[in-house]
Design a protein around this ligand. Structure first.
Ligand code: GCV
Length: 716
C-alpha cells in the first residue's frame, strides 16, 4: 500500500516541475539533466581556493553551492591540485598556485577575470583567476553560468572584464520604507532595525547584484530627505555597506542639497559659501570614516522641485564640483543628473524634451574629473519609445553616464511583461555621430573617446516581494541591466537567452518561447502604448502613470499633461520639433538633425515625436496616418495575444506556481493593451473626424474611458 502511494507521488512530481516562488532568481542551480551533468562532473571534482577572505570565501561558497546543485555532487575542498578536475580560484596575491602559473591577466583589468583550462602537475584543471578578489567572484559566477546555460567548461580560454567602471542600481527608496515608482513591495532596507538587525536579504541582494556585475547601490531616493545624512543613518548605511562588501557592492547616497540648512543649522546651502563647504567636508569625512569604500553621491538638483545650486544663484557645475572636490581625496565620485527641465523662477514655454541639452550642454568641460554627468537614455523620461538623448552627442569634454529604467514607471509597472533589455540595446547602439559615423551611445558611455570615468545607473525594480521584482519576468530587467552595464554592446536577445536558460531551464521549447516573448514584448508595448512614437500618454490626474489619459490637460504646467505631448487637433497629431516648430531636431548632430527635421526622411518610428503629422499623411505602408495609428495599436494588442499563446504552450514545462502567475499577469496586460488602444482611438477620433477602419471600433464611448478613475482598467 505504502509503496503504491509513494509511486503515485513520484508520478505526480516526475511529470511536473516543482513549484517555485521566484526567490532564487536566476541563481537557482537546480539539478541539470544527467547527460549534461555528466560532461561537467569530471571537470569539477575538487575546489582549490587560496588564502581565505570574505570575497574569496563568497566565490568558493558560490561554486560549492552551484556545483552541488547543478551536478548533485559538491566538489571536495583541496589545498592543491592532486587529481583531475580541479577548479582553482584566486588572485596572484592570494594564491601562490595562481601566482606560479604566470597567467596573463592584463585583459582582466581591475574587476575582470580569466577562465583557463590548464594542466597543473599533470592534472586537468580549470583556473578562475583575476587581479582582484571581486574579479574572482565575477569569474565564479561566469563559470557557473556556463553550466547553467549548457555551454562547455572544457578548453576554456576566456578573458572578460566590465566595460563600465560604475555599474550602479539607483533605489528610489524612502526612509519610511516606501519606494517611489516601485512595484515590488516595500524597501528592502529596514531602517528601523538597522544597524543591529541584519536582515539576511541584504547579503542575498548583494549576491544577486554581484552575479551580474553590479557594483553600486544608491540607497535613497533622488527625491531625498536630508535625514539620510544624519549620524544615525550613516551608521545604518555603514551596516548595509558591511553586508554588501564581500560581494563588491559599494553603497552610494543621494545628498539633499539643502542639508547644511536642514540638519546642519546653517543659514544657506550656497555651494560656494566657505561654511557650507566646510559642513559638507566634515560630512564626507564622517561618511568615509564609517564606510571607507563609499561610492559617492548621486545628485538630483534643481529638478522637479528639488533644491539645487541655482537656488543660490550658482550653476550646475558649481554644485557638482563642490561635491566632487570633497569626495575626490577619498576616491569618491559624483553622478550628477542631467534630468533637469527648467530654470527656477522662469516661465514655462519651451519644448520640454529640449531642456536637458539646453541647460547642461553649456557646462561641457567644466565638470571635475570625478563627475559623471548622468543623462536619462532619452531626452524625456523613460518612455517606451524615445530617440536617444542628444546630450550624449554633445558633451565631448565630459564623462557621460547613462541612466536606464529598470523599474517600469511608464511601461507596465509591476504588471506588463516588457523586457527593458530591448530598449537598452536600441539606445546603446544609436549613432550620435559626435565623432563621425559609428560613435554610438555605447562607445561614448564606455569612454572610447577619451572619457576617463565611465558608468551607468539603473533605477531599481527591487523590493521586498518574495520574488524581488513583483513578477518573474521583471527579473529579466534586473538581469539585463547588469549584463548591459558590464558590456553595453551586448545583444538583448543573447542576454535574454542567458536569463531564460538560468530561470526556466534549457528545454529548447521553453528557451525559444521565452526568448521570443521577451523580444516581442517591448515592440508590442511600443505599439499599444506609444504608436508611431506618440509619447507621455499615460500621465494621469493621480500621477500613477499606468493607463491611457490622452485628454489630460494640466493647470499646473503644460508639460505635465498628455495633450502637450500629443497635440491632437483637426489638422493632425504629434509635436513639431522641426525648424517650423521647436527646432529640437537641431540638437542632434548631422546627418541626424537634417533627417529628423524633414518629415519625409524622419524614420517612421519617430514620426510623431518630431512632427505634427496630418491625419491623411501617407505612410510607407500605403495607409494614412489615421489608419496606421489604428493598425499599430491593434498590432500591439495582437502582439500581447501572441505572447499569451507562447506562454500557454509551455504549460507542464514550467512549474505550476510561476506558470500560473505569468499567465494571470498576461491577462491583465492584454486588458491594458486593449484599454490603451480603445481609449486613445476614441479620443483621437474626435479630432481626426474620420471613420474607424477595418471593422474596428472602441468597445465603449469616449466618455466611459474619461470617467474611469486613475489606474483602473475597464473590464474586457
Ligand atoms: C524620482 C519622473 C518620475 C518621478 C521621478 C523623476 C526622476 O518624473 O515620475 O517619480 O522622481 O522622474 O527621475 O527624478
Amino acid at each position: 500500500m505504502g509503496r503504491v502511494f509513494l509511486a503515485a507521488i513520484f508520478v505526480v512530481f516526475a511529470g511536473r516541475a516543482m513549484a517555485e516562488d521566484g526567490h532564487e532568481v536566476w541563481l537557482r542551480y537546480h539539478a541539470l539533466p544527467t547527460a549534461q551533468a555528466a560532461q561537467y562532473l569530471p571537470l569539477t571534482t575538487t575546489l582549490v581556493a587560496g588564502r581565505p577572505s570574505p570575497t574569496l570565501d563568497a566565490a568558493a561558497k558560490e561554486l560549492r553551492q552551484g556545483i552541488a546543485g547543478l551536478l548533485r555532487r559538491a566538489p571536495a575542498a583541496r589545498e592543491r591540485v592532486s587529481s583531475g578536475g580541479a577548479v582553482v580560484i584566486g588572485t596572484p596575491a592570494s594564491s601562490p598556485l595562481i601566482a606560479g602559473l604566470h597567467l596573463d591577466l592584463t585583459g582582466a583589468g581591475k574587476e575582470g577575470f580569466v577562465l583557463r583550462s590548464l594542466s597543473i602537475d599533470g592534472h586537468k584543471a580549470t583556473v578562475i583567476a583575476a587581479n582582484s578578489e571581486i574579479g574572482v567572484l565575477y569569474g565564479a559566477f561566469a563559470f557557473l553560468r556556463r553550466m547553467q546555460t549548457g555551454q562547455t567548461i572544457d578548453g576554456l580560454a576566456v578573458t572578460d572584464a566590465p566595460r563600465l567602471m560604475v555599474r550602479a542600481l539607483d533605489h528610489w527608496d524612502n526612509l519610511d520604507g516606501s519606494i517611489e515608482r516601485g512595484y515590488a513591495g516595500a524597501s528592502l532596507w529596514r531602517w528601523q532595525t538597522l544597524p543591529a538587525y541584519r536582515d539576511p536579504r541584504y547579503r542575498e541582494y548583494a549576491r544577486i547584484d554581484a552575479s551580474i556585475g553590479i557594483n553600486g547601490a544608491v540607497l535613497n531616493n533622488v527625491n531625498t530627505s536630508a535625514n539620510s545624512l544624519t549620524a544615525g543613518y550613516i551608521e545604518k548605511t555603514a551596516a548595509l555597506a558591511e553586508e554588501f562588501r564581500p560581494y563588491g557592492v559599494h553603497v552610494w547616497l543621494t545628498p539633499r542639497f539643502t542639508a547644511p540648512q536642514e540638519i546642519g543649522g546653517l543659514k544657506t546651502s550656497d555651494p560656494l559659501d566657505p561654511q557650507v563647504r566646510a559642513w559638507w567636508k566634515a560630512k564626507v569625512e564622517e561618511i568615509y570614516k564609517a564606510i571607507p569604500d563609499f561610492g559617492g553621491f548621486l545628485v538630483k538638483a534643481n529638478s522637479e522641485g528639488q533644491p539645487g545650486p541655482q537656488d543660490y544663484g550658482r550653476s550646475h557645475s558649481d554644485g557638482a564640483n563642490m561635491y566632487a572636490d570633497l569626495l575626490a581625496p577619498h576616491g569618491g565620485i559624483v553622478m550628477y543628473r542631467a534630468f533637469v527641465y527648467d530654470d527656477p523662477g522662469k516661465d514655462w514655454h519651451l519644448d520640454r524634451v529640449a531642456e536637458a541639452y539646453r541647460i547642461i550642454k553649456p557646462f561641457d568641460g567644466q565638470f571635475r574629473a570625478n563627475v559623471l554627468v548622468q543623462e536619462k537614455e532619452g531626452p524625456l523620461d523613460f518612455q517606451p519609445r524615445e530617440p536617444f538623448a542628444p546630450l550624449f552627442g554633445a558633451m565631448p569634454k565630459s564623462n557621460m553616464a547613462v541612466e536606464f529604467p529598470v523599474t517600469k514607471e511608464y511601461t507596465g509597472q509591476g504588471v506588463d511583461l516588457t523586457y527593458t533589455g530591448f530598449m537598452y540595446e536600441q539606445i546603446y547602439k544609436s549613432d550620435t555621430y559626435a565623432h563621425g559615423p559609428g560613435s554610438t551611445v555605447a562607445k561614448i558611455v564606455m569612454g572610447d573617446y577619451g572619457q576617463t570615468l565611465t558608468g551607468s545607473a539603473g533605477v531599481a525594480n527591487v523590493g521586498n516581494d518574495r520574488n524581488w521584482t513583483g513578477s518573474i519576468f521583471n527579473q529579466a530587467n534586473w538581469y539585463a541591466y547588469g549584463r548591459f552595464a558590464w558590456n553595453p554592446q551586448s545583444s538583448a536577445r543573447a542576454v535574454g537567452e542567458e536569463w531564460a536558460r538560468q530561470t526556466f531551464g534549457n528545454d529548447p521549447k521553453v528557451v525559444s518561447s521565452v526568448v521570443g516573448m521577451l523580444m516581442a514584448s517591448w515592440p508590442a508595448m511600443m505599439d499599444y502604448q506609444a504608436p508611431i512614437s506618440l509619447t507621455f500618454q499615460e500621465l494621469d490626474s493621480a500621477n500613477t502613470h499606468y493607463g491611457p489619459w490622452p485628454w489630460l490637460d494640466s493647470p499646473r504646467r503644460s508639460d505635465w499633461a498628455d495633450v502637450y505631448f500629443n497635440r491632437a487637433d483637426t489638422t493632425g497629431l504629434g509635436v513639431d520639433r522641426s525648424h517650423t516648430g521647436y527646432n529640437t531636431a537641431a540638437q542632434y548632430n548631422s546627418p541626424l538633425k537634417e533627417q529628423f527635421d524633414d518629415i519625409r526622411t524622419t524614420p517612421e518610428e519617430f514620426l510623431l515625436w518630431f512632427h505634427h503629422v496630418p491625419w491623411d499623411w501617407r505612410m510607407k505602408s500605403g495607409r494614412t496616418m489615421w489608419e496606421e495609428l489604428q493598425f499599430t495599436y491593434s498590432r500591439g494588442v495582437k502582439g500581447v495575444e501572441a505572447i499569451q499563446k507562447d506562454w500557454n504552450g509551455l504549460e507542464g514545462k514550467i512549474d505550476g506556481e510561476r506558470f500560473t502567475a505569468v499567465k494571470q499577469y498576461l491577462v491583465m496586460q492584454h486588458r491594458d493593451a486593449v484599454w490603451f488602444r480603445d481609449a486613445s482611438l476614441a479620443y483621437f477620433q474626435t479630432f481626426a473626424k474620420r471613420p474607424f477602419t477595418g471593422g474596428y471600433k472602441p468597445k465603449y464611448p469616449l466618455e466611459y474611458y474619461r470617467k474611469l478613475p486613475p489606474n483602473t482598467a475597464p473590464p474586457e
